[in-house]
Write a protein that binds this ligand. Structure first.
Ligand code: ATP
Ligand code: MG
Length: 452
């Protein structure tokens, strides 16, 4: 894999120094912007005030400022400060120091988490920094970034210009170091500095570009866009656990289908879901994925929660189909083939994105129930109905039907079966007799099968 990446990188033009824009600080006074204290959460204001009162610089930054300027509701509030993580931690009893690669502090107020980061240095003399503070590998990947610096340096180490806007609660100005306001007005995502270098430092920035483009309906500025397809394989350098978190952010933020289209457009699906990308390339349809993402987007729009295992079950479904069929073609009976296919698909996927047990276990159950739902005779239907994952499996079945993967009918049967009383259920089950083929006992091998 590494040699592959090296090869890919050697194809990238201009690996040397490239001209980057020079930026000048601009302070936008209160009367020229719409960031009002009223839309900032109480906890965020508390953290800003306490840091200021303790003599530190502190600003609202990132999505909070960006989204307010766009007249959206921020998802959360991030704060940048001159205080070190330890100093922040000392000021707030309700805080936790987290991260190693990038040390930050979480200040907790009930369910709201305020993320506080110390100003990062600009890296001009990064080579002179000791390894325990800042360290990159031979690909330019930043393994650690804990060199602290000034407000201006902090701004230029952020990813996109629209994410590098600061709001000062003392004089209500918005501070713009990288022409972020201009890009905001033009609805453009522009990386600060040389895009290739910035992606190599942290390939997750490619996913962030896609995520913000879908969420904000922004364009990716041409120079920021240009290296993505070539550098996409660099995502394999990112720890699978971090990629799992990023995938969730990408797909469950309410713009899943638009994000999915962009992932495909920029060749970023393959590093995240290698087996799915392969299955699609082999002609497997992705209508079920789209349908699941559309449903998820609708749920988010209605303020409902999103189930990660459901998303992963859908995203990996084409890969599972291919593997399941392959095993059956090799003579494996349908049920054991499914079990083996599930094991193999998950086993391979966790090398790209980790999948924690709380996600993989219910995901497997949803898949396994797809085989059980058509089999309803006797006590089977009631047993399936009692299964803790029934509801998700039923939703999955409906999506398969609307994606055209199954003849319609079974979904409606289950819809009715849930609604009606016991007597009607009995009737539904007896009507099945004769219409539902009895389950054939399939043997794995003559010796094993005979003993059962
Ligand atoms: P949202 O929270 O709405 O998803 P955000 O822009 O606030 O969007 P966060 O992940 O909360 O995103 O990060 C907060 C800020 O930290 C960003 O706006 C950006 O300035 C900076 N940042 C986050 N991740 C990176 C990164 N990988 N490289 C450079 N800067 C980053
Ligand atoms: Mg944020």
């Amino acid at each position: 894999m590494l040699t592959h990446i090296r090869k890919v990188l050697s194809l990238v033009p201009g690996s040397g120094r490239r001209k980057t824009r020079t930026y000048r600080r601009r302070d936008i006074p209160r009367e020229h912007h719409n960031v009002s204290r009223a839309v900032i959460s109480e906890p965020a204001k508390k953290v800003l005030a306490r840091l200021n009162n303790a003599g530190f610089e502190a600003y609202l930054v990132g999505g909070g400022v960006r989204d307010i300027l766009l007249e959206d509701r921020p998802k959360d509030f991030d704060i940048a400060t001159s205080a070190t993580p330890e100093e922040v931690h000392d000021l707030f009893r309700n805080s936790r120091l987290i991260g190693r690669r990038f040390r930050i502090v979480h200040v907790l107020f009930g369910r709201e988490v305020i993320e506080v980061t110390t100003f990062r240095g600009n890296g001009a003399d990064a080579d002179a920094e000791p390894d325990h503070l800042r360290k990159s590998n031979e690909h330019g990947l930043l393994l650690r970034d804990n060199v602290y610096g000034s407000l201006e340096e902090d701004a230029l180490r952020r990813d996109f210009t629209v994410n590098a806007l600061y709001y000062c609660i003392r004089d209500f100005t918005v501070i713009d170091f990288a022409d972020g306001i201009e890009d905001l007005h033009n609805r453009q995502l522009r990386l600060i500095g040389d895009p290739e270098t910035r992606y190599r430092e942290d390939p997750v920035r490619m996913l962030r570009a896609i995520r913000f483009a879908a969420k904000l309906d922004f364009d990716i500025e041409p120079l920021t866009e240009a290296p993505i397809r070539t550098l996409a394989p660099l995502l394999s350098l990112i720890p699978p656990a971090r990629l799992f978190e990023e995938v969730l952010k990408l797909l469950s933020a309410g713009h899943g289908e638009a994000t999915y289209d962009l992932l495909i457009e920029y060749d970023l699906l393959a590093p995240l879901f290698p087996a799915t990308a392969k299955a699609l390339a082999a002609g497997e349809p992705d209508e079920l994925i789209r349908q699941a993402l559309r449903n998820t987007d609708d749920r988010v729009a209605q303020g409902k929660s999103v189930t990660p295992y459901f998303l992963f079950a859908a995203l990996l479904w084409p890969a599972l189909q291919i593997e399941w069929r392959r095993l059956q073609d090799r003579g494996e009976p349908v049920q054991p083939a499914l079990h083996q296919a599930i094991g193999q698909v998950i086993g391979r996927q966790v090398k790209a994105t980790a999948i924690p047990k709380r996600v993989s276990v219910p995901m497997k159950e949803v898949w396994e129930l797809q085989m059980r739902l058509p089999r309803r005779q006797g006590k089977r239907a009631l047993a399936s109905l009692d299964h803790p994952r029934f509801r998700a499996a039923y939703d999955f079945l409906l999506i398969r039907e609307s994606a055209g993967e199954l003849e319609p009918g079974l979904g409606k049967w289950w819809t009715d079966f849930q609604r009606v009383d016991d007597r009607a259920r009995e009737r539904m089950l007896s009507e099945l007799s004769g219409s539902e083929p009895r389950r054939r006992r399939r043997r794995r091998s003559p010796s094993k099968g005979a003993s059962r």
